[in-house]
Design a binder for this molecule. Structure first.
Ligand SMILES: *Cc1c(COP(=O)(O)O)cnc(C)c1O
Length: 243
């Protein structure tokens, strides 16, 4: 089948490998987060059959419905904007939270993780462009948030995440990815946090992200096909239920 999930995955893997070769990185440094938002348990099952185990969701309500319906020993990551009143659910559902965009949210995750037990790995979401994406902290805020994080025992700030403003040419994302890596290098020196993870790159710009140091690329539509619905549509019913 020319357009099976497996063939799309094979093509993506070839492109990841080629991008790693171009910048002399090992493919083990680049982890694939399969973004299953708006897609149903059937679609996830197909991805699992192809050997994928780590999935990204952007809405708590959707994840709460979907995750129990997906079998296999899977890891789920939260990649969307997280409201503080949803953190209690989030710490139960997810193994990692990308996109922590404020000190208050970080403190809330810490508190809920203290109650639930364990430590939550998180990335701080940075709005490096100062425009485009609505969410993310300003680069100047990051040092103070890291300073505050030294007192939080139940969160582990493992890196930074960004979503650049969309440009049709993937090269348009490069300055933002580079800015995130530079910020990471600077904060690593000043804070002592290793900040090993750079969560950046989506379907249209993941190769550029890899060249600029991404360790987590978040891919949805290139693997599953175009999303049928916007993720913000229909709060009460999941799109896969209606199909
Ligand atoms: C939807 C989403 C993705 C995946 O986007 P694609 O363009 O479909 O690969 C990645 N990251 C975040 C934060 C998203 O919301």
């Amino acid at each position: 089948m020319a357009d099976s999930f497996q063939s799309r995955l094979d093509q993506v893997r070839d492109r990841i490998t080629a991008a790693c070769l171009r910048c002399c990185r090992s493919i083990e440094e680049v982890q694939l987060l399969t973004v299953s938002k708006t897609f149903g348990p059937q679609d996830v099952a197909e991805a699992v059959e192809c050997g994928l185990k780590v999935f990204g969701e952007s809405r708590i309500q959707e994840a709460k419905q979907k995750i129990p319906l997906c079998s296999g020993n899977l890891d789920w990551h939260m990649i969307g904007h997280l409201q503080r009143n949803k953190v209690k659910d989030a710490v139960q559902l997810f193994k990692m939270i990308h996109g922590v965009d404020s000190a208050r949210l970080l403190e809330t995750i810490n508190m809920q993780k203290l109650a639930a037990g364990g430590t939550m790995p998180v990335c701080l979401e940075v709005n490096v462009s100062g425009e485009g994406s609505k969410f993310g902290m300003n680069p100047e805020e990051v040092p103070a948030v890291l300073e505050g994080a030294t007192k939080l025992m139940n969160v582990d700030v493992v890196g930074l995440m960004t979503i650049p403003p969309f440009t049709p040419d993937p090269e348009g994302s490069r300055p933002y990815f580079k800015a995130l890596r530079d910020l990471r290098d600077k904060c690593r020196k000043e804070s002592g946090f290793p900040l090993e993870q750079l969560s950046m790159g989506m379907s249209h710009d993941f190769e550029v992200a890899i060249e600029e140091g991404a360790t987590w690329i978040r891919l949805g539509s290139i693997l599953f096909g175009e999303r049928k619905k916007k993720e913000t549509d229909s709060l009460s019913t999941s799109s896969w239920d209606e199909a």
